[in-house]
Design a protein around this ligand. Structure first.
Ligand code: NAP
Length: 558
């Protein structure tokens, strides 16, 4: 029989010795947490051995020990417990990839009641993705049913829901639970949701997304408006715009897509422009029935197409924006200029002409915007907004633009990531303090002092350059390589070193100065110092850095 004696028991014991208990056949055993340790302890238990905490010498029962020892998978790896935060593009991916690796102990907490992330939230008319559909698909789930070269938001949402069904992801998702706290006790993460639900995890994958905290502009009198007012990410779908006078604030991608989609429906459309944007034309051709049939019958065709488009996208766009002097960027600028020339009225064209280089702000890629803004019922207001009044928007020239509906297409707070969640590491590192000035992370995924916490599409990553699905795939694969070490018992905790994080950040800031984002415009890419918050190198470089983790850059704890 095993005897008790658990005084001074530590929650995260590093070592145990098996002591001769009853039969005299135990001998001395050293048991170290990690690979195979649970089996050791179980064997000792069946042989009637007792264990002591080697630091305190206190006796412990085997059940006590086992309670703090990891379970094992059939292949001997640690059966880790995962919490994924967010059921958007990256969260769905994380679950699928974890299961492929044999990890079943996965829960996804999703703050909304439906999956899809940004595509669930953004349902404004015209919402679409300006990354080609074949790239905006998971590599393991090509979609022969894409209707066009560039997909609508609704089609992407349907695709994500189908993938989640096909890969049985739903069973792992807990909806309407927002994680508000994650505290690491040196052993595990302890999480709490807004409803008071508690959970634990060996590893957190934070797939919280970027575009989910709408940015509310500080417009005087906004509360005085007597009509309907909402932002593009909270579109009022029950509201008919038929015959209404609609004002839209903003000229980013969301505004431009909305303008094109509603101009024919509304009585009058007034676009309030603070800064003119370059607009790259988009040929959004349909996929013919023959093309779709070919994709269906031979998935390799679509995979080849993916690779070709990926190459074109990397060379023609992603690598161009990180080299302000590149010929590819000059080509983009020329296409934008030519597009602008389709505006026939010289005054309107002058007001639509940006004062910065093409792609300095996030490039708008859209078809039909200039057509839409030249319609008789559309008008561009380039005077600044003085205030909002009961009946409409008064601009600084004193004119009141009367409208019935006011749409704020004013973007998102893009520097939140995990926040406002309270995150505290085992040595007391607080995310809120680490990011008090601005968010920083090693390779945009991990933060010093916060072990086993991996962000997908985190700070300063390639948000403006590549398909975010491709980015997520590479980052999840990278993170899971580190997880593999944990599961194998090589180490228990992994977090980046301060030195690696700072030197990566220094190099990133230096390279960011050569990108087009740093050529003299205001945009959401820039932090408070004017440094682009993005990956400033090529796609190939991103792939290279994501191929294998450099363990020297991490603090590894047993
Ligand atoms: P955005 O690009 O940040 O644009 C916000 C717009 O609101 C800008 O024109 C900004 O003017 C204007 N604005 C903000 N505050 C204002 C104020 N107080 N008064 C007047 N104007 C104000 O936002 P977004 O269009 O929602 O796009 C955000 C990001 O989401 C995009 O950059 C893109 O990455 C992503 N997105 C992608 C797609 C896609 O097709 N893949 C579609 C939609 C969105 P200033 O330019 O003067 O600051």
């Amino acid at each position: 029989m095993l005897t008790a004696g658990t005084t001074g028991w530590s929650k995260a014991p590093p070592n145990f010795f098996g002591r001769n208990a009853a039969s005299g056949s135990c001998g001395d055993y050293s048991v170290t947490l990690g690979h195979g340790s649970t089996l050791w302890v179980k064997q000792l238990a069946t042989r009637g051995c007792r264990l002591t905490d080697c630091r305190t010498g206190a006796w412990a029962t085997v059940p006590d020990v086992l309670a703090h020892m990891p379970d094992l998978l059939p292949d001997g790896r640690r059966d880790l417990r995962f919490v994924v935060i967010g059921a958007g593009v990256s969260g769905i991916l994380a679950v699928i990839r974890l299961r492929e690796r044999g990890f079943q102990n996965v829960t996804v907490y999703e703050k909304a009641s439906r999956l899809g992330g940004t595509w669930r939230e953004n349902r404004y008319p015209g919402v679409a993705c300006d990354v080609p559909s074949v790239l905006y698909s998971y590599s393991f789930a090509p979609n022969p049913e894409w209707s066009r070269r560039f997909s609508s938001g609704a089609e992407i949402q349907a695709y994500l829901e189908k993938v989640a069904t096909d890969f049985d992801v739903e069973q792992s998702i807990v909806y309407d639970e927002e994680v508000i706290q994650a505290i690491h006790d040196g052993h595990r993460w302890h999480l709490r949701t807004d409803s008071g639900r508690d959970d634990e995890a060996d590893v957190i994958l934070a797939a919280t997304g970027i575009f989910h905290h709408p940015f509310m502009p500080a417009l005087d009198g906004l509360g005085d408006f007597s009509g309907d007012v909402f932002d593009t990410a909270s579109w009022n779908e029950s509201l008919s715009l038929d015959g209404r006078r609609v004002g839209i604030v903003g000229t980013g991608s969301s505004a431009v897509q909305t303008v094109g989609a509603i101009v024919d429906e509304v009585d009058a459309l007034v676009l309030f422009q603070r800064t003119a944007q370059w607009v790259l034309p988009q040929n959004n051709n349909v996929y013919t029935d023959e093309e779709k049939a070919a994709f269906r019958s031979d998935p390799a065709i679509q995979i080849r197409l993916h690779d070709e488009v990926s190459e074109l996208f990397a060379e023609g766009f992603a690598n161009a924006v990180v080299d302000a002097e590149s010929p590819a960027l000059a080509k983009i600028a020329q296409m934008c200029h030519e597009n602008l020339l389709t505006v026939t009225d010289p005054d309107l064209r002058a007001r639509l002409t940006p004062d910065h280089r093409a792609a300095c702000k996030r490039l708008v890629v859209a078809e039909g915007f200039y057509d839409a803004i030249q319609r008789p019922n559309a008008s561009l207001v380039s005077e600044g907004i003085a205030r909002i009044e009961t009946g409409g928007v008064r601009t600084v020239d004193g004119v009141l633009h009367e409208i019935d509906v006011l749409v704020l297409a004013t973007g998102f707070q893009v520097d939140q990531f995990l926040r406002p969640m309270e995150v505290v590491g085992p040595t007391g590192v607080k995310l809120s303090e680490a990011w008090a000035e601005r968010p920083i992370a090693y390779l945009s995924m991990t933060v010093p002092g916060l072990p086993n916490l991996f962000m997908v599409n985190g700070p300063n990553g390639p948000v403006g350059n590549f398909s975010l699905i491709e980015v997520a795939e590479l980052q999840v694969e990278y993170s899971l390589q580190l997880v593999d070490y944990i599961a194998a018992g090589d180490f228990r905790l992994v977090a980046p070193s301060v030195e690696a994080t700072e030197s990566h950040e220094e190099a990133r800031i230096q390279a960011a100065g050569k990108t087009v984002w740093a050529t003299g415009c205001k945009s959401w890419y820039l932090d408070d110092r004017g440094v682009p918050m993005a990956w400033p190198w090529s796609f190939r470089e991103f792939q290279r850095r994501m191929s294998t983790p450099d363990l020297d850059s991490y603090v590894l704890t047993n």
